[in-house]
Design a binder for this molecule. Structure first.
Ligand code: SAH
Ligand code: SF4
Length: 357
C-alpha cells in the first residue's frame, strides 16, 4: 500500500487512495489534517463566513428513514414561522453582519409555499438593501419553482445527495423518494445559476468507507460549489433507529467526518465547506475542529428559541435552549481559538463558483 505522505503529494486521488486516507490514524491522520489546513489557507484564506440558519418549518411531506421530522413521526409538534418571525431573524442576521442567511425547512411543494417563499426572499432583500445573501435548503422542487426563487433573489441552494450510492439511498428512503430525481434537481440548480451545494451523512447504517470515498469522487465529478457533510446521528422516532447497535461508534463518525472534510479540501481546493451543526452535537467544539481541517463556513442558528426543540432532525441537537443573540459572542470567542478571522458582512461566495463562471 502507498504510504500516506506519498498519497498526499499526488495531484489527484484514486478511490483506493481516498480509502487509505479515510483509514488513516495517529500521526498519519495528523499529516492529512495539516495538509488540508495548508491548502485551505493558501487557496481560500483563513476567513470563516457566517450563514444565519433559519429553520423555517418542520412540516415535511417526505419520510426519509433517518430524519426525526419525517412526516410519519407523529410525536413532532409541527410549526411554521410567521412572516414576522422570519423577517425578524433576517434583520438580526443583517444587523449582526452575518452576511448571509439560510432558509431551511421540511419539504413542501404546494403553490402557497412557493409563493410565500418567493415573497419572503424579496422582503429579505428589501430589508437589507440587497445586502444579505440568501441560501435556500428547501428540498426537491420543480425547475419552475427553483427559477422563481432564483429570480426573487436567492443565489445559493443546498441539497444533500445524502449518499452517492444508489443502493444505499434506496435503503434509506421509501420507494417514492428517487435518487435520480434528486440528482436531476442538483443539475437543474446548477443550470439556473445557483451556487450549488450538496453533501452526505457519515456513518449511516450499511455505509462503508468505500462508499464514502465514492461520495467524495461524486462531489468532485459533479463539480459542486459548496459542501455540507455531517455525522449521521440516530433518532428514536425513525425506522433506522433499530440499527443503532450496528453503527460506528459516535466518536468514530465524528473523526470520519473530519477526515472527509480534510480530504475534500485537498481534492476541491477552492469550494466552500461547512462545519456542520451535527458535529457540534457530538463535541461542543466540533465545528471549530472542522474549521481547523478545511471548513470555512459556519451556520449559527438564528431560529427563534421556542421552536428549536421541534426541529430535531437528530437527537442531542445543540443550542436548542438559546436565543439568536446568545450565539454571537460564543462563536466569536471560540473561533478565535482556530486563528480564523470572521468575514463579517461579507457574502463569502464560493471562489470555485466564481472561477467556474
Ligand atoms: N428537507 C430538506 C432540508 C432539511 S433536512 C432536505 O431534506 O433537503 C437537512 C439535512 O439534515 C438533510 O439533508 C440530512 O442530510 C440531514 N439529516 C436528517 N436527518 C439526520 C440525522 N438523523 N442525522 C444527521 N443528519 C440528518
Ligand atoms: Fe423531510 Fe428533509 Fe427530513 Fe427528509 S431529511 S424527512 S425531506 S426534513
Amino acid at each position: 500500500m502507498i504510504p500516506i505522505p506519498e498519497i498526499l503529494n499526488k495531484p489527484s486521488f484514486s478511490k483506493e487512495e481516498i480509502v487509505a486516507l479515510l483509514n488513516a490514524s495517529g500521526a498519519e491522520r495528523q499529516l492529512l489534517f495539516e495538509r488540508a489546513l495548508e491548502v485551505k489557507l493558501c487557496e481560500v484564506g483563513n476567513k470563516v463566513y457566517f450563514r444565519g440558519l433559519i429553520e423555517f418549518s418542520n412540516v415535511c411531506s417526505k419520510d426519509c428513514y433517518y430524519c426525526g421530522i419525517r412526516k410519519s413521526n407523529e410525536l413532532v409538534k409541527r410549526y411554521t414561522l410567521s412572516d414576522n418571525e422570519v423577517l425578524t431573524a433576517a434583520r438580526f442576521a443583517f444587523e449582526n453582519k452575518y452576511g448571509s442567511i439560510v432558509l431551511q425547512s421540511g419539504e413542501n411543494s404546494s403553490s402557497a409555499f412557493t409563493s410565500r417563499i418567493e415573497r419572503l426572499i424579496k422582503e429579505i432583500k428589501k430589508l437589507s438593501n440587497d445586502q444579505l445573501g440568501i441560501t435556500l435548503s428547501l428540498g426537491e422542487q420543480d425547475e419552475e419553482v427553483y427559477q422563481r426563487w432564483f429570480n426573487a433573489g436567492a443565489h445559493r441552494y443546498l441539497l444533500r445527495i445524502e449518499t452517492s450510492d444508489r443502493e444505499l439511498y434506496a435503503r434509506l428512503h421509501p420507494a417514492d423518494h428517487r435518487f435520480d430525481f434528486r440528482l436531476g434537481c442538483l443539475e437543474t440548480l446548477k443550470k439556473i445559476g445557483y451556487q450549488a451545494g450538496t453533501g452526505v451523512m457519515i456513518g449511516l447504517p450499511f455505509q462503508t468507507v468505500e462508499s464514502l470515498a465514492d461520495d467524495l469522487l461524486f462531489m468532485k465529478k459533479f463539480d459542486v460549489d459548496m459542501v455540507g457533510m455531517g455525522p449521521y446521528i440516530e433518532h428514536a422516532g425513525t425506522p433506522l433507529y433499530e440499527y443503532r447497535g450496528e453503527l460506528w461508534d459516535i466518536q468514530e463518525r465524528f473523526m470520519m467526518t473530519l477526515k472527509m472534510v480534510a480530504i475534500l479540501r485537498i481534492m476541491m481546493k477552492n469550494i466552500n465547506i461547512a462545519a456542520t451543526t451535527a458535529l457540534q452535537a457530538i463535541d461542543p467544539l466540533g465545528r471549530e475542529k472542522a474549521v481547523k481541517v478545511g471548513a470555512n463556513i459556519i451556520m449559527p442558528n438564528i431560529t427563534p428559541g421556542k421552536y428549536r426543540n421541534d426541529y430535531a432532525l437528530y437527537e442531542n441537537k445543540p443550542c436548542v435552549d438559546e436565543e439568536p443573540d446568545q450565539c454571537n459572542g460564543c462563536l466569536d470567542a471560540r473561533l478565535s481559538l482556530t486563528d480564523s478571522e470572521i468575514g463579517y458582512g461579507e457574502w463569502g461566495d464560493s471562489k470555485h463558483f466564481r472561477e467556474r463562471k
